[in-house]
Write a protein of this length. Structure first.
Length: 83
C-alpha cells in the first residue's frame, strides 16, 4: 500500500521526512480528489486525505483507474509549483 501524500511529495521533489509543506500539498490533493469525485471517480460519499496514512487503495480499488495517480500528481505539480 502506497501513501498518496508521500507519492505526491516524492513527485514534487520532497522527501517523506520533509513536513514543511504537507498541509499545502494536502490542500491541493484534496482539491483534485474533489474534482474527480464530481465526475464519478472514487467513493460516492467523497474522500479526503489527512496525512501519510491515506493510501491509493482507499481512494480507488479498480485497477483500471491507475491513471488517477498520474492525474493527481500532475495537477498538484501544476498548482504547487507552476511553470
Amino acid at each position: 500500500m502506497s501513501s498518496i501524500l508521500n507519492d505526491v511529495k516524492h513527485a514534487l521533489g520532497h522527501t517523506e521526512n520533509d513536513h514543511a509543506f504537507d498541509s499545502d500539498i494536502m490542500i491541493h490533493i484534496n482539491g483534485v480528489i474533489g474534482t474527480l469525485t464530481q465526475i464519478g471517480v472514487g467513493p460516492l460519499v467523497g474522500y479526503q486525505i489527512t496525512g501519510p496514512d491515506n493510501t491509493w487503495e482507499e481512494f480507488f480499488t479498480d485497477l483500471r483507474l491507475n491513471a488517477v495517480k498520474s492525474y493527481i500528481i500532475l495537477c498538484c505539480k501544476l498548482q504547487f509549483n507552476p511553470p
